[in-house]
Design a protein around this ligand. Structure first.
Ligand code: PGA
Length: 257
């Protein structure tokens, strides 16, 4: 039984005050939720106030990135230890924007996953193919490499702190979502990779989230898929009403997750 996880990635949006207003609205609108894990990831500068404002609510706070060293001469970076210090439960790593805009490799992302786990934090580990990779038939090879290299060296026990997010790059911020079937097919494939790289139990227990233009209008269908355990939401997570509706997705068949 995998508990659904609904995560919001606020990306580079919102001042401290705007972040505080959004988290207050979410905390109020979601205070009774117990059957879904809710996570939001604000910008670094808002983390502390959002953690404070979310206290007592079912919403956990994560960062959008981290650097894989506890401290040192790394100008401009933030370590897992410091994220923990402000009350974060973990961080998103390997987001396609970081892979594409900042040239992050699978090996570097693996270092970040390792560093988060070493700090006893959770890693929301993102993977996904570009449109070109999908159309040229390389999608499965890409996902295979991303999982193999990004999660290299982890023990099955450590995988208990890892959440995988499948985000096809062509669906991020484009309004173009993968169909329920396309998403389920990729998720089932990724679950198979977890079995091959780790074991049956890891495959069974690791939550796999879908991300890419998730909205109130398409979340129910996605969440009804057997291997989709939650969603990672960008744009729609910035609008309280939309994110609340996404967390309150309609369950078509109970006991699917
Ligand atoms: P989107 O972003 O929902 O705006 O497509 C998803 C993400 O990048 O995590």
């Amino acid at each position: 039984m995998r508990k659904p996880i609904i995560a919001g990635n606020w990306k580079l949006h919102k001042t401290v005050e705007e972040s505080r207003q959004l988290i207050k609205a979410l905390a109020e609108g979601l205070k009774d939720v117990t059957d879904v894990e809710i996570v939001v990831a604000p910008v670094f500068t808002s983390l502390e106030s959002v953690v404070a404002a979310a206290k007592g609510s079912p919403i956990a706070i994560a960062a959008q990135n981290c650097y894989p060293a506890p401290s040192g001469a790394f100008t401009g970076e933030v370590s897992p230890a410091l994220l923990k210090d402000v009350g974060c439960i973990g961080a998103i790593v390997g987001h396609s924007e970081r892979r594409q805009l900042f040239g992050e490799s699978n090996a570097f992302i693996n270092n970040k996953v390792q560093a988060l786990l070493a700090a006893d934090l959770r890693a929301i580990f993102c993977i996904g193919e570009t449109l070109d990779e999908r159309e040229s038939g390389r999608m499965y090879d890409i996902l295979t490499m991303q999982v193999k290299e990004g999660l290299a060296g982890l023990t099955p026990e450590q995988m208990a702190k890892v959440v995988v997010a499948y985000e096809p790059v062509w669906a991020i911020g484009t309004g173009k979502t993968a169909s329920n079937e396309e998403a389920e097919e990729a998720h089932a494939f990724i679950r198979g990779l977890l079995q091959g790289n780790f074991n049956e139990k890891v495959a069974e227990n690791t939550p796999i989230l879908y991300g890419g233009s998730v909205k109130p209008g398409n979340v129910d269908g996605l969440m009804a898929q057997e291997d989709i355990d939650g969603v990672l939401v960008g744009g729609a997570s910035l609008v309280a009403e939309d994110f609340i509706r996404i967390v309150r997705f309609e369950r078509t068949e109970p006991a699917q997750h």
